[in-house]
Design a protein around this ligand. Structure first.
Ligand code: NAD
Length: 310
């Protein structure tokens, strides 16, 4: 299968590329490294791809010619500007450019060839969850990031109406080796390892459907293959939520030392709970998140230890 992966030098994209290559697929790994908010993280991910013999095709989806990307059978579109906190103020323009403009241009480039197109959207489109969020629930974006993902989903559904066999995956708080440095577990683990406190936004009572990156990759590859009706939207999240304090306790127990934290005001748009209803994903993809929090955290911690040692 000839597959284009956008955002290939990102956290999730780099795992996805390696899994597809290992499964024998012909992968075009595309990214615009200068658009990644962390130069160190993207350099590390590119080095991992290079060690696996995977070259990166540099292409800015918001500005460059996308013709060479259009002849794939599958386009897995993970490129974008993630993060709720970073999307306020000047970050809003980045979210619009890299999540909305880039998606619109990529869909337009693929309009004639009509590959199976998979958009990486986000649980943040749901807003606050008092119970598990199902895909047919109303959307309530609470930040420029969430709004940009709602807009990207709309662009996908418009392309579906014009004949594109596109689907949407809503990822929930992904963690694991190479997690982005702005994300909570990354900050907490680094804080425990080097002793400098990590910011803890709000009261730490936030609950999330934390989902291990290997499970997210598995769901994404299933979505590339499965005969899903065009326009299908699927949650990709662990059905059991955990609180930030609970995660901190587990990280402390696994490392044998607590993570120092410094309290910060709640971040605007940071909801108290996201919670995945994965019934539809189970039925249509035969997928469920298999990695428990302790196991996934242990694997992420192993990566941080290795990183510190190098
Ligand atoms: N990590 C999560 O918990 C999570 C949750 C929900 C949704 N998502 C979505 O999944 C996708 C991947 O997330 P991630 O955590 O791996 O983020 P990431 O920042 O590590 O990866 C995204 C990559 O996209 C690239 N990119 C950005 N703009 C681009 C452009 N204009 N052209 C080409 N490449 C561009 C960046 O350089 C970066 O390497 C994103 O779309 C994100 O919004 C992530």
């Amino acid at each position: 299968m000839r597959v284009v992966v956008t955002g290939a030098a990102g956290f999730i994209g780099s795992h996805l590329v390696l899994a597809l290559v290992a499964a024998g697929h012909d992968v075009l790994a595309v990214d615009a490294p200068a658009r990644n908010a962390s130069p160190a993280a993207v350099a590390g991910n590119i080095a991992v791809l290079a060690r696996a013999g995977v070259p990166l095709t540099e292409c800015d989806l918001a500005t460059d010619d996308l013709g060479p990307l259009a002849d794939a059978e599958v386009v897995l579109h993970l490129a974008g500007r993630p993060g709720v906190r970073a999307s306020w103020g000047p970050g809003q323009a980045d979210a619009e450019r890299d999540n909305v403009t880039a998606t619109g241009r990529l869909l337009a480039a693929c309009a004639r060839s009509r590959p199976r197109f998979v958009l990486a959207s986000s649980s943040s489109v749901y807003g606050e969850a008092a119970r598990p969020s199902a895909e047919h629930d109303g959307l309530d974006p609470r930040s420029p990031y969430a709004t940009s993902k709602v807009e990207a989903e709309r662009l996908v559904q418009r392309a579906v109406a014009e004949g594109m066999p596109a689907v949407v995956l809503r990822y929930f708080s992904v963690y694991g080796p190479r997690q982005r440095p702005d994300m909570a577990f990354h900050r907490f683990i680094e804080a425990a390892l080097d002793g400098s406190p990590a910011p803890l936004y709000g009261d730490g009572g936030q609950r999330r459907s934390f989902t291990f990156v290997g499970d997210v990759v598995d769901a994404t590859i299933r979505a590339a293959h499965a005969p899903l009706p065009a326009g299908t939207v699927l949650n990709v999240g662990h059905p059991v939520t955990a609180g930030l304090h609970e995660a901190l306790d587990r990280i402390g127990a696994l490392l044998g030392t607590p993570s120092p934290t410094v309290p910060k005001d709640p971040a605007p748009g940071d909801v108290t709970c996201t919670w995945a209803d994965t019934g539809r994903t189970g039925r249509l993809l035969g997928w469920t998140a298999r990695t428990g929090l302790d196991d996934g955290l242990a694997r992420q911690i192993a990566w941080h230890r290795e990183r510190v040692r190098v």
